[in-house]
Design a protein around this ligand. Structure first.
Ligand SMILES: Nc1ncnc2c1ncn2[C@@H]1O[C@H](COP(=O)(O)OP(=O)(O)OP(=O)(O)O)[C@@H](O)[C@H]1O
Length: 729
């Protein structure tokens, strides 16, 4: 094969995987963005069973989740402004609002997915920290899983990683089995999760798998981001009903975002937090919402309108309506225990509206309703008639200056999060940071990584490619190295070794390139959930994928080596040596791939960097350019291909190799007789090695490859650790 054909040929062969790999890489995110397919298969959820996955373990009680005056900005954009609320055990809070109103951001802050250093929240009266957040499970909107694992495998691995190590395996199995049964997923427990490429669980089943995965740990608080997205109305209702029953019967706290609930779903909620532009437009019971809207001039014809749709339509109808609702909500919140507001926020908001109405100035520390009404100039036009708006003690009557339930509203309001005593002692101070030891994590992750990796490393497509390329190479260089070879054949032998070398290195590097970005979502999700250490993941991955990594390079080496008739026919150790070198360079290229992947963490960027590096390494490998300019020659020492090819040539052209001189036009010194010495008629191995720029002894090449193998892997880990942290407060 002409030398110049190598790069395009190898790139082409490797890139035949890209189309597939790239699509696989997109799988999880795209699927999430596109939403799950609706299969209507939740309608038969066993809503009566609400002891989800309890088995015989001690059930953790629900805890009060309280967030107070959360304000959050991204750059100059105010995403949330003074958002407060309290989700109670045994109850469901629904966070509603138009698209972009900040629902997911609110859940992300509480769930620790977004860093918000000034955001105050408590769980069971204790500040929300990395440790106390372990009581919260967060069901993300995207169903992020490894696509090749079955439902049962997915839940079992999760159970082994997230449930205490001291819990017997049998109990973990029982919990998983119960969850599968209770979520009515028996029939699909051996089905793979699947992705865009491979059909697996349906959209509804994936959603249930996502919820089951979070219920495994028996959380005190369950957060769900759009759990009904992509489901049809009956499926969505069944799911909402199950969550409601789960909250009521297990005494758990449930908080979920939801876009457009049906009326049946809407009435299941205990509290509705309606957001508009990051501010609270309504906070309270769903049954109070229509009277309040009515007071503000928005009448809902319930015979024709779903109240949930109605309130969303009003919020979306324009700035005036939205401001009116926020303003009314702000005033209600001044007396609201569960959903307090800062007076400065009310002032600022009223000031913003001052062009349209009188400015409100609220005194710093109102302690009674009278104070508020007498000393703070709330525009009368902004206070709805008390007789009509009073509801459940949440509204203040201007006439009576008392909340309807007779409780002083300011007593609760004056109590800040910091001053609230812990209300629940179930948060164990001594709880360990990780539910399992590093040893256990590595063991579980290694098995999972092996199962997941075998589909990627040993796919039928890859076998076909490897066999195909190896057979073509074998035929092209058929028995080129057998017996006494001619000098002219030397270039064929160096070519075949270089080609196999480059082919396997490219394959190994690009395989890894796809892995990290696609696994990142799952790993980040799990790490943010506090499932395991990054080091455990990295070590497990390295160990478990090692046997998978060597399969295909070994196959191609064996086929090409013997078909091309290389030196193994004369010296069997030359064959084993070449095979080991091939494995070594495959691992080194894999390490390089890990480094590139973690340095970029993006397939497109990684691809560009990887191609640049591999082409450079090929050029510096000694095959194409025999006389690298001296000022550039040091760069050859950065190339794994240079070292591996050198090693292969050392094994192929050892002192026993007999290469006949071309008597007419020999390129080798040893073929030319001089007055001092006569040529033996055979080319000296040292001449062949020298002409191919093999300047270093074998041990230097081996040590250099090992150093690169370890070095790139360690740098990759450091980059992952430092620059790709999942954000947790
Ligand atoms: N990284 C970011 N940079 C800039 N703006 C952002 C960023 N993340 C979120 N936002 C903005 O924050 C606002 C709230 O986003 P969020 O995802 O919380 O809304 P949402 O109510 O959950 O919307 P949806 O119902 O469509 O999921 C949106 O306007 C969004 O564009």
């Amino acid at each position: 094969m002409p030398n110049g054909l190598f790069p395009p040929a190898v790139l082409c062969l490797v890139s035949c995987d890209f189309a597939v790999l790239k699509v696989q890489n997109r799988t999880m995110t795209e699927e999430a963005l596109l939403g799950s397919k609706n299969d209507g298969d939740l309608s038969h959820v066993k809503a009566t069973r609400t002891d989800f996955g309890h088995a015989d373990r001690q059930v953790q009680p629900g805890l009060e989740l309280r967030f107070e005056n959360l304000s959050f900005k991204i750059k100059d954009k105010q995403i949330l402004e003074d958002v407060s609320g309290t989700a109670h055990p045994g109850k469901v809070m629904a966070v509603m609002g138009p698209s972009g109103s900040g629902k997911t951001t609110l859940l992300n802050i509480i769930g620790g997915r977004v860093k918000c250093s000034n955001c105050k929240a408590t769980i069971g009266g204790q500040p929300l920290t990395k440790k106390t957040r372990r009581k919260i499970s967060y069901v993300l909107q995207q169903d992020i899983f490894f696509p090749n694992l079955t439902l049962q495998q997915t839940l079992m691995f999760s159970a082994e990683l997230r449930l205490p190590e001291s819990m017997p395996l049998q109990t973990k199995k029982q919990i998983v089995a119960e969850l599968i049964e209770q979520l009515d997923m028996e029939k699909c427990k051996h089905t793979i999760i699947g992705d865009n490429m491979t059909r697996g669980l349906s959209g509804g089943e994936k959603k249930r798998a996502n919820i089951a995965n979070e219920l495994l740990t028996d959380p005190a608080v369950l957060l769900l981001d759009e759990p009904t997205s992509g489901l049809d109305s009956s499926t969505a209702y069944a799911l909402t009903l199950s969550l409601k029953k789960y909250a009521v019967h297990s005494g758990k706290t449930v908080m979920m975002t939801i876009h457009q609930p049906s009326i049946q779903m809407f009435v299941q909620f205990d509290t509705v937090l309606l957001l508009s532009g990051g501010q609270i437009a309504y906070y309270g019971s769903p049954k109070d919402v229509l009277p309040l809207f009515n007071e503000l001039g928005y009448n809902c014809d319930v015979t024709r309108y779903n109240p949930a749709d109605f309130i969303l339509d009003i919020v979306k109808s324009g700035e005036d309506a939205s401001n009116k609702l926020i303003s009314a909500s702000n005033r209600r919140r001044l007396t609201e225990v569960d959903c307090p507001i800062l007076k400065s926020t009310v002032n600022a908001f009223e000031a913003k509206l001052s062009g349209k109405d009188e400015v409100v100035v609220i005194r710093d520390s109102p302690t009674t309703v009278e104070d508020l009404n007498d000393n703070n100039s709330i525009p009368m036009s902004k206070i709805p008639d008390s007789e009509n708006q009073l509801n459940g003690g949440r509204h203040v009557s201007r006439d009576t200056a008392e909340p309807m339930n007779g409780k002083c509203p300011f007593a609760g309001h004056a109590t800040s999060i910091e001053s609230r005593a812990p209300s629940n002692n179930s948060l164990d101070e001594d709880e360990k940071r990780w539910p399992t030891s590093s040893r256990k994590q590595i063991a579980v992750l290694a098995v999972r990584s092996f199962i997941q990796g075998k589909y990627r490393y040993l796919s039928t497509l890859k076998f076909i490619k490897t066999f195909g390329v190896a057979l073509i190479c074998g035929l092209v260089w058929w028995q080129a190295g057998r017996g006494e070879i001619q000098e002219s054949v030397v270039v064929d032998l160096t070519s075949v070794l270089f080609f196999v070398n480059v082919f396997n290195s490219f394959n190994s590097l690009f395989d890894v390139l796809v892995v990290f970005p696609s696994e990142r979502e799952v790993v980040n999700k799990e790490r943010m959930g506090g499932s395991y250490r990054l080091s455990s993941y990295y070590i497990a991955k390295t160990i478990s994928e090692a046997p998978l990594t060597i399969v295909l390079p070994s196959i191609s080496t064996v086929i090409v080596y013997w078909m091309a008739g290389l030196n193994g026919f004369n010296d069997i150790w030359a064959f084993f040596g070449t095979w080991l070198v091939m494995i070594l360079v495959t691992f080194t290229a894999q390490s390089l791939g890990m480094f590139v992947s973690t340095a970029t963490m993006d397939f497109e960027h990684g691809l560009v960097l990887a191609i640049f590096l591999m082409i450079s390494f090929m050029l510096l490998g000694g095959f194409y350019v025999k006389n690298i300019p001296p000022w550039l020659s040091w760069m050859a020492y950065l190339s794994p291909i240079y070292f591996s090819w050198s090693l292969m040539l050392l094994l192929e052209f050892n002192s026993d190799t007999r290469v006949l001189c071309d008597n007419t036009t020999s390129a080798f010194e040893s073929c030319v007789s001089t007055p001092e010495r006569n040529s033996t008629g055979y080319v000296l191995s040292s001449d062949i090695l020298q002409s191919n720029s093999v300047n270093d002894p074998a041990w230097v090449c081996v040590v250099s490859l090992l150093a690169m193998l370890v070095g790139f892997r360690v740098i990759g880990y450091i980059m992952l650790r430092l620059f790709h942290k999942p954000i947790v407060k």
